[in-house]
Design a binder for this molecule. Structure first.
Ligand code: MN
Ligand code: MN
Length: 463
C-alpha cells in the first residue's frame, strides 16, 4: 500500500458493506435469526397480536408477570402487559436500579385501516365496511390487495371477544376496490393525496342477500354471519378495535434471498430485535429493560403510547423492590430508541443525501436526530451518548452506520426518542433501514435485522 493510501486509511472514515465484515460463522446465525423473525412478523400483524406473541416467547424463556411488591434478585426475568397493546420486560441486573438501566424501546403498532365505530352498510346490493386510516399511509397503496381483519369487540357484559378473519388457510380475505383504468379519466387528474379519497377506503364484506323480502338484506346476511361466529350485534362495533391489515406473510425477497418482505417491519423488526436480545441475555450488569410500545404511528399518545405514565409506574414498582428512586434510575440509564429509518433507494435517489443515508447491508443505523426542517421535533442525542454507542457497538463487532432521514428539507419523521429523553434518560435512535416504509409490503435487509439484534444485545450486556 502506498504511503498516501495508508495515511488516508488512518484519517478517513469509509464505511464498508456488512457482508465483507461478517465474523466467521455469522452468516449462519444471521439466516437462522431471520427465519425466527419471519415467523414472529407473520404472527404479529397488529399490536395486540405482537404483544401476545411476545408474552408467549418470553414465558417460554422463564419470564413471569411482574406485580408490585414482588421480591426480585439479579437475573430474575419479569414482564408487564399494558392493556394488551404494549409490554415492558426486564431482566434484573447485578447493579442497583439507582445506577440506571439499559433500555431499548420499539413500537409494535403499524400503519393500517381501523374500522369506524359504525362500519357496516349496504350499497349497490353489496355489504361494505367503512375504515379510518391509522398512521401515515399512501392511500392508493391499500386498494386491491388482500386484507385480514384482527382485533377485539368489548361487550357491555365486560367480556371481550377476539376477532380474526383472513389469517387461517381456509379463511376468506377482504379487499378494497379501485377504479378500472378504462373509466379513470377524472381520477387521473387528481393529486396523489386525493387519488383514493379516505372515504373510498371501504372494505367489501359480502353480496348474498338474506332470504326474504325488504331492504338491507345483504347487510343482514353479513351481520348474521358475524353473529354466528362471534355472538355480536351491530351495536357492539361501537366498542370494538378492529384493524384491517395486509394479508402478507413474511417472505424472502431477491434471487439471493438477502431481503425480507412483509407487512409491519416498522417497527416490529426492531421490536423483535429487542425482544430476542432480552430472551438471550443472562445476568446483565445493569437491569435490562425492553419496551414494546403502542400508538407511535399517531404520536405516542394514549395510555399504551410512550407518553403514558404507565412506564413510570412499571419503573417505580421495580425501583420500590430496592428502595431506589426513579429519578436516579432514569438519570443513569441509557436508551436505544429502536425504530426503523429509510434505506437509500437507488430508484428514488433524489430524496436522499448520499453521504448521510442508511444503506441496505451496512448494518444497524444510528440516527443522532430525526425530526423536520431545522431539527424540530427530535431528541438530538448528545455527542457523548453517540460515543457511548460507538464504544459498545465496536466492542461487540456490530456492523453499524449513521444516517439522517433523507435530505434536510425533504420531509421528516419522529420516534419515541423525544419522549424517552424528556424523562431525563440519555437516548439515541438506532434501527433497521427499510425500503418502501409504511407501504403494505415493506422490505428490509437480513444483515441489518441481525445487526440490530446484535447491537441491542451488546448494549444490554455492556452498559
Ligand atoms: Mn417506526
Ligand atoms: Mn412509522
Amino acid at each position: 500500500m502506498s504511503e498516501i493510501e495508508d495515511y488516508k486509511n488512518k484519517l478517513f472514515f469509509e464505511p464498508k458493506n456488512g457482508y465483507d465484515r461478517l465474523e466467521s460463522g455469522e452468516r449462519l446465525a444471521l439466516e437462522s435469526y431471520c427465519e425466527d423473525y419471519k415467523a414472529f412478523l407473520t404472527a404479529s400483524k397488529t399490536e395486540r397480536l405482537a404483544v401476545r406473541e411476545c408474552v408467549r416467547l418470553a414465558e417460554e424463556r422463564g419470564f413471569v408477570p411482574f406485580s408490585a411488591g414482588m421480591e426480585l434478585k439479579a437475573g430474575d426475568k419479569v414482564y408487564r402487559v399494558n392493556r394488551g397493546k404494549a409490554i415492558y420486560l426486564a431482566v434484573i441486573g447485578k447493579k442497583p436500579l439507582a445506577e440506571g438501566c439499559g433500555i431499548a424501546g420499539a413500537h409494535v403498532d403499524s400503519p393500517r385501516l381501523d374500522l369506524k365505530p359504525r362500519p357496516l352498510y349496504e350499497d349497490g346490493e353489496m355489504a361494505l365496511l367503512k375504515t379510518h386510516y391509522y398512521g401515515g399511509i399512501k392511500k392508493y397503496q391499500w386498494v386491491t390487495i388482500p386484507l385480514e381483519l384482527h382485533g377485539v369487540v368489548a361487550l357491555k357484559s365486560g367480556e371481550t371477544v377476539d376477532v380474526s378473519i383472513g389469517a387461517e388457510p381456509d379463511d376468506p380475505k377482504l379487499v378494497i376496490t379501485d377504479l378500472l383504468p378504462h373509466l379513470s379519466a377524472d381520477q387521473y387528474k387528481k393529486s396523489v393525496r386525493d387519488f383514493v379519497p379516505a372515504e373510498n377506503l371501504n372494505i367489501v364484506a359480502g353480496s348474498v342477500p338474506y332470504t326474504g323480502e325488504g331492504g338491507d338484506r345483504v347487510k343482514l346476511a353479513v351481520m348474521s354471519l358475524l353473529n354466528d361466529r362471534y355472538g355480536i350485534t351491530e351495536e357492539d362495533f361501537l366498542s370494538a378495535e378492529l384493524e384491517a391489515v395486509p394479508s402478507y406473510d413474511a417472505v424472502d425477497i431477491g434471487l439471493d434471498r438477502s431481503f425480507i418482505g412483509g407487512y409491519g417491519h416498522d417497527d416490529r423488526v426492531c421490536a423483535y430485535a429487542e425482544l430476542r436480545a432480552m430472551l438471550d441475555i443472562e445476568n446483565p450488569e445493569r437491569t435490562a429493560v425492553c419496551i414494546l410500545a403502542d400508538k407511535e404511528e399517531i404520536g405516542s399518545e394514549g395510555t399504551s403510547g410512550m407518553q403514558s405514565l404507565a412506564f413510570e409506574r412499571f419503573i417505580d414498582e421495580l425501583c420500590d423492590t430496592q428502595g431506589a428512586k426513579r429519578r436516579d434510575c432514569f438519570a443513569n440509564s441509557l436508551c436505544i430508541s429502536a425504530d426503523v429509518c429509510n434505506a437509500f433507494d437507488p430508484t428514488w435517489p433524489e430524496v436522499s443525501e448520499k453521504r448521510n443515508s442508511a444503506m441496505v447491508n451496512y448494518g444497524v443505523t444510528l440516527c443522532k436526530y430525526t425530526g423536520h426542517g431545522g431539527k424540530s421535533g427530535t431528541n438530538d442525542a448528545d455527542a457523548e451518548t453517540v460515543a457511548a454507542l460507538r464504544r459498545i457497538f465496536d466492542g461487540a463487532g456490530v456492523v453499524w452506520q449513521t444516517a439522517e432521514l433523507g435530505k434536510v428539507d425533504q420531509g421528516g419523521g419522529g420516534t419515541i426518542a423525544m419522549y424517552m429523553s424528556r424523562r431525563d434518560i440519555a437516548t439515541i435512535d438506532a434501527g433497521v433501514p427499510v425500503l418502501s416504509m409504511h407501504a403494505p409490503f415493506e422490505v428490509v435487509g437480513k444483515l441489518d435485522c441481525y445487526m440490530t439484534y446484535k447491537g441491542i444485545r451488546a448494549m444490554y450486556e455492556n452498559y
